[in-house]
Design a binder for this molecule. Structure first.
Ligand code: FAS
Ligand code: PHB
Length: 390
């Protein structure tokens, strides 16, 4: 087989890149190790920046998003038992976010890809990017016991944090920056109405909590938990009781509980690999960087990466110019590090650090008190949360 770009990974980064390249007239094949249902079974992000929505508009995969997505003008912060609203729309001159699950984004992109008749190879084992340091890269994989090869011009590593692409880069060609946080997030999905119309981020001595949603009838909640914790330690009843203890009295009183339909624990880390280009291999999305989900940036960074990469590849084929692909890594990393900073800041401000001293605890409260009392600080949080310009 031969194509212009082989995309490794059928998550949001790979799927959105595939559609952008398609509308730009660049042929592409996606090679994915799991199957469609497994990918759609993963519950992850929930908040889309306006830039991400615009890219989904551009590839014609946003009709359901505009029907079912929830436009949010603000978020709420709770500390010392008091709730404070951050009016992001007012602070950014009209910008908002859309609450719409990553699972739905992935579903819509898969449907758009199928409608365009584009090739996705699922259940591909031993996917391996090869010869990307030359001008004849190729990708091999095993399916149904047979080894296959796809010759191409470029390889896009959109295979997530645990993927093969970053691991295929020689160790001396890549630098990695990481901070692992001493806690995780225990997430629950429930068919219950959201506790409040907007997201509530809570700082509490017992730990961080987040109240989010997927629709007016489906809610998503998170509790900061120990890294060595396990979902089996958390009955639904224990989860709801702990969530109520961390919320402000009004939210705790309004919380509608019910059976969990998904329960999982995710570790939190900040991670960046530099550069994001190695010859004819590009990294995009979680393959290149990870943010703690506190700032709702992970999925949105994947979108901006593939925006830069698709424009660069369109320029290569349409204008025979390598300027865009040569500049991709620098351009993407500039936005990545700003999102890393914001996600680290939100995480540091809102979580309980067991080893923290009294001084650090006071600084956290001072940070929050200043934030909700300052137009400038509110504007700074808001412009990062709704998404910095591309
Ligand atoms: P993905 O990991 O989504 O997709 C990579 C794809 O590559 C997968 O389908 C995988 O099967 C495939 N793959 C991997 N190795 C391969 C190989 N060797 N060969 C072929 N295919 C391979 N972000 C938020 O903003 N908010 C959240 O609340 C949030 N929660 C999260 C919870 C969890 C448990 C995780 C892991 C992430 C969470 N994220 C969250 C971040 C998440 O949304 C990512 O940013 C987003 O999935 C990034 O998309 P991709 O880069 O496409 O990577
Ligand atoms: C979610 O709805 O899953 C979500 C929302 C905001 C975050 C993290 C996760 O910061």
């Amino acid at each position: 087989m031969r194509t212009q770009v082989v995309i490794i990974g059928s998550g949001p980064a790979g799927l959105l890149l595939g559609q952008l390249l398609h509308i730009y007239g660049v042929d592409n094949i996606i090679v994915e190790r799991k199957d469609r249902d497994y990918i759609l079974g993963r519950i992850r992000a929930g908040v889309l920046e306006q830039g991400t929505v615009k890219l989904l508009d551009e590839v014609g995969a946003s009709a359901r998003l505009h029907r079912e997505g929830l436009i949010h003008d603000g978020i709420e912060l709770v500390f010392d038992g008091v709730r404070h609203r951050i009016d992001m729309k007012e602070a950014t001159g009209g910008k908002t976010v859309t609450v719409y699950g990553q699972t739905e984004v992935t579903h819509d992109l898969m449907d758009a890809r199928a409608a365009a008749g584009l090739t996705t190879i699922y259940d591909a084992d031993q996917v391996t990017p090869r010869d990307f340091d030359g001008d004849k890269p190729r990708v091999t994989y095993v399916k149904d016991g047979t080894t296959h090869e796809i010759a191409c011009d470029f390889i896009a590593g959109c295979d997530g944090f645990h993927g093969i692409s970053r691991q295929s880069v020689p160790a001396d060609a890549i630098r990695q920056f990481e901070r692992v946080y001493p806690f995780g997030w225990l997430g629950v999905l429930s068919e219950t109405p959201p506790v409040s119309p907007e997201l509530i981020y809570t700082k509490h001595d017992r730990g961080f909590a987040l109240c989010s949603m997927r629709s007016q009838t489906r809610s998503r909640y998170y509790l900061q938990c120990r890294l060595d914790d396990h979902v089996d330690n958390w009955s639904d009843e224990k989860f709801w009781d702990e969530l109520k203890r961390r919320l402000d009295p009004e939210a705790a009183g309004h919380l509608v509980t019910g059976p969990s339909i998904e329960k999982s624990i995710a570790p939190l880390r900040s991670f960046v690999a530099e550069p994001m280009k190695f010859g004819r291999l590009f990294l995009a999305g979680d393959a290149a960087h990870i943010v703690p989900p506190t700032g709702a940036k992970g999925l949105n960074l994947a979108a901006s990466d593939v925006h830069y990469l698709s424009v660069a590849l369109r320029e290569f084929y349409a204008e025979k110019s390598a300027a865009g692909i040569d500049a991709y890594s620098t351009k993407a990393l500039a936005r990545v590090w700003k999102a890393e900073r914001f996600s680290w800041w939100m995480t540091s401000m809102l979580h309980h650090f067991a080893d923290t001293d009294e001084f650090s605890a006071r600084i956290q409260i001072a940070e929050l008190t200043y934030l909700v009392g300052s137009k400038a600080a509110t504007a700074a949080l808001s412009e990062n949360y709704v998404g910095l310009p591309y």
